[in-house]
Write a protein that binds this ligand. Structure first.
Ligand code: AMP
Ligand code: TRP
Length: 333
């Protein structure tokens, strides 16, 4: 029997991972694998809601796995699985969609945002996205879900769906809590300082960017205090996005020194960015080393995904058997 409570989280294999994904989500997964029975899903069915190149999907999946592992997920502690390898996710999503009133989905802000971003491809999958996400979570009777701040509405909806199911068919699913880190790194702004870092916008530092790329991006694209024009103008770190990044990557002493020198106009934005770049590079170094090792041993990564998926399949199969029983869908049993 499983002694530890279950948690589930997912990341779409929709491209490379960036420091927003790392700081807002993956970094907090790592300590959780000690206290919970954690399942981390590469949610490829969700990724199908956007147009994609089918030749690339396998590569994206393996990249997502490499990134998860390089950031510290330990396959001896946590389960890394592929969503499309466990067909119960889609099956439960269908059942949950039958207890989900249409207006609940219509009001989800992420649907509206995605529909706006891809007006030529507002497909039913995009609409059902949060129901499939609820299925991912509830299938494993997860008690909690670690995610970034933007996923809060999906978690609220998941609880409502669990409640609606339980009311109709009898208490079965726990109502999962969200584990969302407080602090600025719950919502990492992009290089532009205006919008959340996102792979669909050109405002990311990727986990596999090399030192030179990071330097180029930060120095050219990193937006600082807009009122500071010359080095001799005193700056205001409180409204400088690059300073916020210092709080993610630099130690407290460096943060204090940079802030003070900026306020006293002793330090130009370029000086401050040079320190920042060094600290980002240093933080990413061990992750990138591990990435390299894993990329040289892709067979091992594939084995980790298949073993994790197999374990998830066993849990899911049991759970769906119970769901079929309590919903009366057992005619052929
Ligand atoms: P996505 O890449 O949109 O599938 O997101 C994967 C995970 O990273 C989710 O838990 C998001 O909440 C989190 N995440 C994505 N972008 C950011 C960001 N800019 N800041 C903080 N967390 C983020
Ligand atoms: N919607 C999540 C995102 O865009 C990904 C996701 C799919 C997920 N299923 C999940 C996250 C289940 C947590 C739990 O980031």
């Amino acid at each position: 029997m499983n002694a530890k409570p279950m948690i589930f989280s997912g990341i779409q294999p929709s491209g490379k991972l960036h420091i927003g994904n790392y700081l807002g989500a993956i970094k907090q997964f790592v300590p959780l694998q000690d206290t919970y029975d954690a399942i981390f899903g590469i949610v490829d069915l969700h990724a199908m809601t956007q147009l994609y190149d089918k030749e690339e999907m396998s590569e994206r999946i393996i990249n997502a796995a490499v990134n998860y592992l390089a950031c510290g997920l330990d396959p001896d502690k946590a389960t890394l699985m592929l969503q499309s390898g466990v067909s119960e996710h889609a099956e439960l999503a269908w059942i949950l969609s039958t207890v989900t009133p249409l207006p609940w989905i219509q009001r989800v802000p992420t649907f509206k945002e995605k529909a706006k971003n891809q007006p030529d491809n507002v497909n039913m999958g995009l609409f059902n996205y949060p129901v499939l996400m609820a299925a991912d979570i509830l299938l494993y009777k997860s008690v909690a879900v670690p995610v970034g701040e933007d996923q809060r509405p999906h978690l609220e909806l998941t609880r409502e769906i669990a409640r609606a199911f339980n009311q109709r068919f009898g208490s079965f699913f726990p109502e999962p809590e969200e584990i969302i880190k407080g602090g600025k790194d719950a919502r990492v702004m992009g290089l532009d300082g205006k919008r959340r870092m996102s792979k669909s916008l050109d405002n990311c530092i990727y986990l596999d960017d090399d030192a030179e790329t990071i330097y180029e991006k930060v120095t050219r694209q990193g937006v600082t205090d807009p009122a500071r024009v010359r080095k001799s103008d005193p700056g205001n770190p409180d409204i400088c996005n690059m300073f916020t990044w210092h709080t993610f990557f630099s130690d407290e002493r460096t943060q204090k020194e940079c802030a003070q020198q900026c306020r006293d106009a002793e330090f130009g934005c370029m000086d401050c960015k040079a320190v920042l770049v060094r600290n980002i590079v240093q933080t990413l170094e061990p992750i990138q080393e591990r990435q390299k090792e894993l990329l040289e041993d892709l067979d091992k990564v594939r084995d980790i995904i298949s073993e994790g998926t197999e374990r998830a399949r066993k849990i899911a199969r049991e759970a769906m058997k119970e769901v079929r029983e309590i919903t009366g869908m057992t005619y052929l049993d």
